[in-house]
Design a protein around this ligand. Structure first.
Ligand code: ATP
Length: 360
């Protein structure tokens, strides 16, 4: 069931379209992430859903509540929208204890006093902050403050949860843990959620679906695995998982394969047809972890084997990143162990190649 429906939303600042004809539906209880580089329009979209910003054109509704309708000049003020908003900065009230911070939004919404305590206890349990109920925010770590900020929103049971980079003030280790509890809590509460981030790992780990944004538009909307394995555009392939992208000339194709000639004259077979209508030169995207080194005495596949020169190798902790050169093209290869020698062979599996029309 679609819960949040956004249709043809557009918002310009002077001549710049910060959101350009964005349409998106989020199902009841679904977790959708707006992901993209700085300035692509994520926060403006979230602001328009929250009512902090007024869009120019389009429609936004939640269930049967109309938040915004440009054509009918309808705009519901933010305080009337049944939403919970959590930002990067925790913005807890410093002069109030955790319990008082959570009580305040309940008082505002005129929740009866006898119900307030049980709601606060329930949500503090949920975010595992019950032992800290009587502390002031200054006596909490960043991660704990962010839990309280989320609790302060969840306590009034909003119909829609909007999160704008809520984990970005946390250090790397805490972020990783916070991702897990955030997803657990969201699915337990089962609240429809829109999450904004420029962090691809966060988006992949948290979301039911990811809306990848570029220059005010949604360029792909799909589950994390689909976005990763089948990026819709060269931009998505590059932004998520930073694929190797290199040119090839289309020699022939059928409904299942494409044969491309690379700059060094080698032939690459891809396990997919070229994009519809594409001909001539294409962009080929291959993720660094999909390229394999052929080790001495190892099996040599019959196709897509290339001789390359090793340029550098860096230690990433769990894995190695090896940069190799194939003709004019530099390729990044992520692997467990690099082969011996400066000149080695790699294989690019046909299933690892995604093809795009070459960008102008
Ligand atoms: P970030 O990740 O850096 O927060 P974002 O994807 O959330 O970026 P937005 O904040 O939505 O991007 O901004 C989209 C575009 O609109 C940017 O080019 C930005 O400079 C512009 N913009 C946003 N707010 C305003 C404003 N109030 N006045 C003028 N331009 C604005």
């Amino acid at each position: 069931m679609p819960d949040l429906v956004i249709e043809n939303l557009t918002k310009a600042f002077n001549l710049l379209k910060a959101i350009d004809d964005v349409s998106l539906t989020v199902a009841d209880g679904e977790f959708v992430t707006l992901l993209g580089p700085s300035g692509c329009g994520k926060s403006t979209t979230l602001g328009a859903i929250a009512g902090l910003d007024r869009a120019d054109i389009g429609r936004i509704r939640l269930g049967n509540q109309v938040f915004f309708d440009g054509a009918e000049s309808r705009f519901m003020p933010p305080e009337k929208r049944d939403i919970g908003l959590v930002f990067q900065s925790y913005a807890l009230w410093p002069h109030m204890t955790v319990r008082k911070n959570l009580e305040y939004p309940l008082k505002l919404r005129k929740v009866p006093a006898k119900e307030r305590d049980s709601r606060i206890d329930e949500v503090l349990d949920l975010v595992e902050m019950a032992p800290y109920a009587d502390r002031y925010p200054f006596a909490l770590s960043g991660g704990q403050q962010q839990r309280v900020a989320l609790a302060r929103t969840l306590v009034y049971r909003p119909r829609l949860l909007l999160l704008d980079e809520p984990l970005s003030n946390l250090d790397a280790k805490l972020r990783e843990r916070a991702r897990i509890w955030l997803r657990n809590i969201q699915s337990r509460v089962n609240v429809t959620t829109v999450y904004v981030t420029h962090d691809q790992i966060e988006a992949l780990a948290l979301s039911d679906r990811i809306a990848v944004m570029s220059k005010g538009k949604i360029v792909q909307l799909a589950p994390p695995r689909v976005v990763y394995d089948n990026p819709a555009t060269e931009f998505v392939a590059d932004f998520i998982g930073s694929a190797n992208i290199f040119p090839g000339a289309l020699e022939s194709y059928d409904s299942k394969h494409s044969k491309l000639r690379l700059a060094d004259d080698g032939i690459l077979i891809a396990d997919r047809p070229p994009p519809e209508g594409a001909k001539g030169r294409l962009s080929i995207a291959v993720r660094p972890e999909r390229i394999l080194f052929i080790h001495e005495h190892g099996d040599v596949p019959s196709e897509n084997v290339f001789t390359v020169k090793v340029e550098s190798a860096s230690f990433l902790g769990a894995r190695l990143l090896v940069v190799v050169r194939l003709g004019d093209t530099q390729l990044r290869v992520e692997c467990d162990s690099a082969p011996e020698g400066d000149v080695v062979r790699i294989v690019i599996p046909p299933s690892a190649c995604t093809l795009f029309e070459m960008q102008a």
